[in-house]
Design a protein around this ligand. Structure first.
Ligand code: FES
Length: 227
């Protein structure tokens, strides 16, 4: 940035008279009516004012003399930090009651596309993340959802879900026959996804699952009915 003396075109050792002469000359040269510009005219005026106020070479302003000095209240606000990425494996879920009400089928290729476009309540369709050491049922409950369950131990099938996409192995001990397991039926109280997954919960009403239900009333913590 040019010093005030450079803007006026005088030596830093110039006396007061030479500075005034230079100032008048530069004002005429830079005046907008004389072919100059408003910016250059303002710069000359600022330079003269700074010299009059005791400017010393090297005493540069922290802000352009033609612009406003930034005050503490004009500081740019700190940008909002990006929200942290949720940790865990993402599960996209859909309530089987929606599937039945809409006349859809678990085998529909576009089942979750239709669900995403359906405008359903978050309790019926949405996504959440399953953290390490959480079962699928625990993850849903930690999100505030009341998925069906009864025994919480793999024995009653009230918590059954259908895995439409993704990896969700079962532990060795559970009540499901191999045929249902091969079709993607899992017990949400004892499984956790190993990859992002799409699941339909509340599938206890599927006839082949319903046949395996143990009455929820047999379990103290039951939040499900076997209707
Ligand atoms: S709650 Fe009984 S099998 Fe999951």
């Amino acid at each position: 940035m040019a010093s005030p003396f450079e803007i006026l075109g005088v030596d830093p050792d110039a006396d007061e008279a030479d500075i005034v002469d230079a100032y008048r000359e530069r004002v005429k040269e830079t005046h907008p009516d004389q072919g100059g510009s408003a910016e250059a005219f303002q710069a000359v005026q600022d330079a003269y004012e700074r010299i009059e106020n005791g400017y010393e070479p090297g005493d540069e302003p922290r802000y352009p003399p033609t612009g406003p000095a930034p005050g503490p209240t004009e500081a740019d606000p700190e940008p909002e930090p990006d929200p942290p990425e949720p940790e865990g494996i993402e599960v996209e879920y859909l309530n089987y009651e929606v599937v039945a009400d809409e006349g859809w089928n678990l085998d529909d290729d576009d089942l979750f596309e239709k669900a995403a476009d359906g405008g359903f309540d978050p309790a019926d369709y949405g996504r959440f993340h399953v953290a390490e050491n959480e079962s699928l049922l625990e993850a849903a409950e930690n999100e505030g959802y009341a998925w069906p369950f009864a025994c919480r131990g793999g024995a009653c099938t009230n918590c059954a879900v259908a895995v439409v996409e993704g990896e969700m192995p079962s532990p060795a001990s559970h009540i499901l026959p191999q045929e249902l397991h091969d079709r993607g039926i899992r017990l949400s109280c004892i499984v956790a996804p190993e990859s992002d997954a799409k699941i339909v919960y509340n599938v206890k009403h599927l006839p082949e699952v319903h046949d395996l239900l143990l009455p929820a009333s047999r379990f103290e913590q039951a939040s499900s009915s076997t209707d």
